[in-house]
Design a protein around this ligand. Structure first.
Ligand SMILES: [Zn+2]
Length: 143
């Protein structure tokens, strides 16, 4: 849930960038398929659940490699949700390139998490602060 103050701040930033506030482009994550390497990964926006093996309340997301599934905690702030999907996407990549296996540079869980935490934070910031970049990339892919 975004507070009124946050909504005003986002609207101000969008206005400053010469764009309308982005309520119009409401693209949902739930039940999307993310194609990464050979995998078709299903994305599920879920509520934390301590009884089943769902994500816990302190987790923003999780990648379940054997199920080809990413769970994203529901009701996150949009910027946190973006960060979470980038974070879990990076988990998929480093898992599938084998760097989390024995001998890999990210074989240690803490090292993997630190790398992914920092990389996803930077990517989220770069995409947020350079909104032209995603439009540019999309346009180049359509050529
Ligand atoms: Zn992680």
């Amino acid at each position: 849930m975004i507070s009124k103050l946050e909504q005003e701040a986002l609207a101000f930033v969008k206005k400053k960038e010469g764009k309308k506030p982005s309520v119009a482009k409401n693209i949902k994550l739930h039940n999307r398929t993310l194609k990464v390497g050979y995998r078709d990964i299903s994305i599920h926006v879920v509520k934390p659940d301590f009884i089943t093996e769902n994500i816990g309340s302190s987790d923003y997301g999780q990648f379940l490699p054997k199920q080809n599934r990413i769970d994203i905690q529901a009701q996150q702030h949009p910027l946190d949700e973006v960060n979470t999907i980038l974070h879990e996407l990076l988990h998929v990549i480093v898992n599938d390139i084998g760097e989390t296996q024995k001998g890999g540079v990210l074989a240690d869980d803490e090292t993997e998490e630190k790398f992914i935490y920092n990389a996803s934070n930077y990517l989220a910031q770069i995409f947020r602060d350079n909104t032209w970049l995603l439009d540019y990339l999309q346009a180049q892919f359509k050529r």
